[in-house]
Design a protein around this ligand. Structure first.
Ligand SMILES: [Zn+2]
Length: 473
């Protein structure tokens, strides 16, 4: 598949079928590739030629051509419907990314025929997703109509279920934050109470926003722990007692009657960082989220690597000290027993011989960073040694993946950046004489308020999604 991205044209063959995919220079969205597909007539079936522009928005194509090859005329019917749907997504994305835009410019960008594009724009206006917005200057003749994308036609709900903190966001179709709320659970809360509060929280944010329920297109949830994203299952969150095989998707869908999508929480944070960072090559990068736990998203060729069930990047539970502190996962010396926000607080309290108490229970990682900024030697020592452990993990990752850009998000380590500097120093030390000897390690730009935006982006991405084609090669 790599060769497909890098070359202008590839030919995939399976039996007596061939498909030519052109990758034009005018790719505007990283996850979306404009292609022109031709399926050639072959002797083994009634398969007809399809020749049309359409979007493929991942590197795997989700529609089995081989399967349909043997269905004769159904292939043509299925393909026509798919291409129409894909073309609609193509025109919508084009208007969204280039508004205000004339029909002429839509034609230039999409290569669609005038009648097709004209019909689609009319349909999109009927759907209230596109509206007319004045006229462009005329180069002789009638002034062309300008079209805009209606970002407030629908809304998405994003949930960042970090736990103990939970954050909710409502965004419009361009990911603009409209409304947000959040709360922090107490440490010993029951599973039932967590679910109940989450359902109430989402119902409340819908009511508080004043937006009618019909305008919402879905809920995107970022979850820690182990998930099965296709089944919508939160298999395990160690920080919540008895939290095993909770079908978050089913629970939310049943009560709120909206489509629900789940992903690893840190994968979604990485997705927002990718949207936010400008001027940095973000096709390939590693995102590490220092939160209640420690997670990671690996972006390769503009998309994050999900893994089989959506758990790739379980960095926090890689073991760095075989006789280290007990981890919630049952092992000892996992990375996050040194680097997570909860671990940094715990290490500080242990080193100061304080232990958890009602008073110290409220001590947060921000308090420890503040102490370090005020030259508290113990706070500095804890942040530096936690940073060292992460620096070791990052240098190992860079040696495995040869990706030089690393974004560290979550931990708000501003001012003196003691933690971040320690990470960089340790990683650089361990990468001497390696192909990447000075990695580009930077701080994430997300604030706590924007953490749940990734869930909104997930919903919007599904809403805009064009049909897929899966090609077996
Ligand atoms: Zn662990």
């Amino acid at each position: 598949m790599d060769s497909f991205i890098k070359s202008q044209m590839c030919v995939f063959r399976h039996g007596n079928f061939s498909l030519d995919l052109c990758h034009p220079d005018s790719v505007s969205k990283p996850l979306v590739y404009q292609t022109r597909a031709f399926a050639t007539e072959n002797s083994g079936s009634n398969f007809s030629i399809i020749s049309s522009s359409f979007w493929l928005n991942e590197l795997e194509f989700n529609f089995s051509i081989q399967h349909n090859l043997h269905k004769g005329n159904n292939m043509k019917k299925n393909t026509t419907a798919l291409v129409r749907k894909a073309n609609k997504a193509l025109v919508l994305t084009t208007i969204k990314d280039n508004e205000p835009i004339t029909l002429e410019d839509v034609l230039k960008i999409t290569n669609l025929s005038r009648p097709t594009a004209h019909t689609i724009i009319k349909e999109l206006m009927d759907d209230k997703l596109v509206y007319k917005h004045g006229y462009a200057e005329s180069s002789g003749g009638r002034m062309p109509i300008l079209y805009c994308f209606n970002a407030t036609a629908h809304y998405a709900i994003g949930v960042d279920f970090e736990f103990p903190p939970v954050r909710l966001i409502i965004s419009d179709l361009k990911g603009k934050l409209i409304h947000s709320k959040g709360w922090v659970f107490s440490r010993n809360v029951s599973k039932e109470k967590v679910i109940d509060d989450l359902l109430h929280g989402i119902e409340e944010i819908i009511i508080d926003s004043g937006i009618s329920k019909e305008k919402f297109i879905g809920i995107g949830v970022g979850l820690p722990g182990i998930i099965d994203y296709e089944k919508g299952l939160s298999k395990n969150i160690e920080r919540i007692a008895n939290w095993h095989n909770v079908n978050i998707k089913e629970i939310l869908q049943k009560r709120l009657e909206l489509p629900v999508y789940i992903r690893n929480d840190v994968h979604l944070l990485g997705l927002i960082e990718k949207e936010l960072y400008q001027g940095v090559n973000m096709s390939n990068f590693i995102y590490i989220g220092i939160r209640a736990g420690t997670g990671m998203a690996i972006f390769i060729n503009d998309t994050f690597f999900k893994g089989m069930m959506g758990n790739a990047g379980f960095l926090g539970h890689t073991i760095v000290e075989s006789e280290g502190p007990n981890c919630t996962c049952g092992n000892k010396g996992c990375l996050e027993t040194y680097t997570s926000e909860l671990a940094i607080v715990r290490r500080y309290l242990e080193a100061a011989n304080l232990g958890f108490s009602e008073e110290n229970d409220n001590l947060s990682v921000s308090d420890i960073i503040e102490k370090a900024n005020e030259n508290d030697p113990l706070a500095i020592e804890i942040l530096e040694s936690s940073g060292q452990y992460l620096g070791i993990a990052i240098s190992n990752l860079i040696k495995i993946l040869e990706i030089p850009t690393v974004i560290i998000g979550g931990l708000v380590d501003t001012k003196k950046q003691i933690f971040l500097n320690s990470v960089i120093q340790e990683a650089n030390k361990n990468l001497l004489n390696y192909s990447i000897d000075t990695p580009f390690i930077i701080k994430g730009s997300l604030t706590h308020e924007s953490f749940a935006l990734g869930g909104c982006l997930l919903v919007i991405d599904n809403f805009n999604k064009a049909p897929f084609l899966r090609v077996h090669i």
